[in-house]
Design a protein around this ligand. Structure first.
Ligand code: PGA
Length: 262
């Protein structure tokens, strides 16, 4: 795990967007795994700016989203489909053949999950998966207790997560159920970029990076992944025991390694 601590969310989002842009420039037909939530918003804004100002070409990428609420139509303002059109698909000019989200309105959710996995298998592997993290250590919507071997399936949200997500619902009525890629599906991405900002994420980050690998902290499974970068602001990093060491590693990175890294 590479833990990279930047002074604030802006700096971390700039680094994240650089990593994504570097991949898209080098491999125009790459497969990106997108996350939703407040955390990656700045990164997405920077990608949109790069597209309009530097003319970066996103027309050959394919994308897969981590999750979607069950029972929200795609035009519902709190659906992740709506979020993605607003913040990513629209600004990057992606066409419908390029992006994939689980369909939370499917009549047969189990079949939808199997088909989503199949699509990832056919078009994948995901070259770069972007992740946020919940206060309870979830990635995607894999809540504590999720099997570390899980694949795309229906999950029930915890009250913590429903409470955290209320702010994104005008009527505060957060669905109980979601479809989410599983931990194993996420782990099959070639590279993972997890972003976390603010005090509220500090405990989850400390457990993810320095705690035992356990289904009780789903993000801790990432300790098994050979290529994970975790971009944090100082607040999210504040409970890490080896904070100074991570800062030292980043400061001392040889130039060739930094170039490869970005
Ligand atoms: P947030 O959510 O980015 O809105 O904090 C992250 C998550 O729940 O995975």
């Amino acid at each position: 795990m590479e833990v990279i601590i930047l002074e604030n969310q802006q700096a971390a989002s700039e680094l994240a967007s650089k990593r994504i842009l570097s991949l898209v420039t080098q491999t125009p037909n790459c497969v990106l795994g997108f996350a939703t939530g407040s955390t990656p918003l700045k990164t997405y804004e920077l990608l949109g700016e790069a597209k309009s100002q530097q003319n970066i070409d996103f027309s050959k990428i394919t994308s897969f989203n981590l999750d979607e609420y069950v029972g929200l139509p795609t035009d519902h303002a709190s659906s992740y489909s709506y979020y993605m059109h607003q913040h990513v698909f629209g600004p990057l000019g992606l066409s419908p053949e390029q992006y994939h989200l689980p369909n939370g309105m499917a009549a047969n959710i189990e079949l939808e999950c199997q088909q989503y996995e199949q699509k990832i298998k056919e078009r994948g592997p995901i070259d770069l998966q972007i992740l946020g993290i919940g206060r309870d250590g979830h990635i995607g919507f894999n809540e504590p207790g999720s099997s570390l071997g899980s694949r795309t399936r229906l999950k029930t949200l915890t009250e913590t997560t429903r409470g955290d997500n209320k702010a994104h619902f005008q009527d505060q009525r957060v669905p109980y159920h979601v479809v989410t890629m599983g931990i194993q599906s996420i782990m099959e991405a070639s590279e993972i970029l997890l972003l976390a900002f603010g005090d509220a994420k500090a405990d989850a980050i400390a457990k993810t990076v320095e705690g035992p690998i356990t289904a009780s902290v789903p993000a801790s499974a990432l300790q098994y992944h050979p290529k994970v970068k975790i971009f944090l602001d100082l607040a999210a990093a504040s409970k890490l025991q080896n904070l100074e060491y991570y800062q030292e590693v980043y400061r001392k990175k040889p130039a060739w390694q930094l170039a490869e890294f970005i």
